[in-house]
Write a protein that binds this ligand. Structure first.
Ligand code: COD
Ligand code: ZN
Length: 376
């Protein structure tokens, strides 16, 4: 059935207020306007950042449709869209790439000025929404909104991918995998033979472990409070794993002991706590060490640290979506997956029908899943 130009009625998981479960309701999805793309979602991963909205750590306007790690098929396009056409398999991009703003033009930039991460306004670039429920406006989430059968995104927020790619796997390239893997390959540019420490062995940290292995690091030390994730980290390339709970001294001192007083060459923080961010910085070599902040700390949090930590030469930097320019990198990462340059299977612990979204979030909160993927 050709639905182009029509309002589509479909199911979506809507959050009406923080700290409440998702309710699956019927919504109306308006046709795409000029330079917009309407997508039928096939699979969507559950990411910790979605849960940060539910917990109130990320403040958005309600009601809202969350989800930002997905694969879908283009249903129809608005006027002027040239890069994708109906039937194309695509990944929505939570950081757009307009290709015209300063970060898009800068060779090292990836935070397109049209990103929705600062304001979380939840509206299309023209200030309106394509979602409504019983006449009430429903907001989108960081240019994507994928916990719905249909979504509408701006053409700068979508990348066409290989038609043969399995949606229930490559959806992770839309967020978690690319964030951790890119922090290593792109933001830190880890060299062969390096010693690396990864703080936090969730989906993002494990993807960083894979990045370290792909970069040829000779020591990859996983740091995680619970030991449950150690076997998986080792399967993916960690050479050693430590829990801060096993030591009386701070974990940065433990890492110095493990490296004969040198500290690691590179450290990555994939937890999102200010104390582990500071510990990751202090763990790397005091002269040439590089520490990359991948986790998102709660709004308004601050870190106090001794300037001496940086004065001696360390570099402290952040990495968002692995530093990738989204539209350019996502199709390439999907191709690399299809060429078996990396695997995503170990990160996907659960798949379930979209209707079981609340169970997927319970697994995440209980620490029982790495990634749950919802199938539509
Ligand atoms: N010391 C050691 N390990 C710890 C500690 C601690 N103090 N506290 C928690 N941990 C471990 C947990 O046991 C868990 O294994 C791991 O740290 C964290 O894993 P998850 O599964 O909670 O989280 P991930 O891997 O899905 O994501 C973590 C991020 C911090 C990267 C994520 O929450 C985040 O902040 N993302 C924002 C960054 C970003 O790019 N956002 C844009 C869209 S997502
Ligand atoms: Zn995410």
């Amino acid at each position: 059935m050709n639905t182009a130009g029509e309002v589509i009625k479909c199911k979506a998981a809507v959050i009406w207020e923080p700290k409440k479960p998702f309710s699956i309701v019927e919504i109306e999805v308006a046709p795409p306007k000029a330079h917009e793309v309407r997508i039928k979602i096939l699979a969507s991963g559950i990411c910790r950042s979605d849960d940060h909205v539910l917990s109130g750590e990320i403040k958005v306007t309600f009601p809202v449709i969350l989800g930002h790690e997905a694969v879908g098929v283009v249903e129809s396009v608005g006027e002027g869209v040239t890069r994708v056409k109906p039937g194309d398999k695509v990944i929505p991009l939570f950081i757009p790439q307009c290709e015209e703003c300063r970060p898009c033009i800068h060779p090292r930039g990836n935070l397109c000025k049209f990103n929705g991460l600062g304001t979380f306004a939840g509206l299309m670039p023209d200030g309106t929404s394509r979602f409504s429920c019983k006449g009430e406006l429903v907001h989108n989430f960081i240019s994507t909104s994928t916990f719905t059968e249909y979504t509408v995104v701006h053409e700068s927020s979508v990348a066409k991918i290989d038609a043969a790619a399995p949606p229930e796997k490559v959806c992770l390239i839309g967020c978690g995998f690319s964030t951790g893997y890119g922090a290593v390959i792109n933001s830190a540019k880890v060299e062969p033979g390096s010693t690396c420490a990864i703080f936090g062995l969730g989906g993002v940290g494990l993807s960083a472990v894979m990045g370290c292995k792909a970069a040829g690091a000779s020591r990859i030390i996983g740091v995680n409070r619970s030991k449950e994730k150690f076997p998986k980290a080792k399967e993916l390339g960690a050479t050693e794993c430590v829990s801060p709970l096993d030591f009386e001294k701070p974990i940065n001192e433990v890492l110095f002991d493990m490296t004969d007083g040198a500290g690691v060459d590179y450290s990555f923080e994939a937890i999102g706590h200010t104390d582990t961010m500071a510990a990751a910085l202090a763990s790397c070599n005091r002269n040439y060490g590089v520490s990359v902040m991948v986790g998102f700390a709660p709004a308004l949090s601050e870190i106090a640290f001794s300037p001496a930590l940086l004065f001696t030469g360390r570099t402290w930097k952040g990495s968002l979506f692995g530093g990738w320019k989204s539209k350019d990198a996502v199709p390439k990462l999907v191709s690399e997956f299809m060429q078996k340059k990396f695997t995503l299977d170990p990160l996907i612990t659960h798949t379930m029908p979209f209707e079981k979204i609340n169970e997927g979030f319970e697994l995440l909160r209980a620490g029982k899943s790495i990634r749950s993927v919802l199938i539509f």
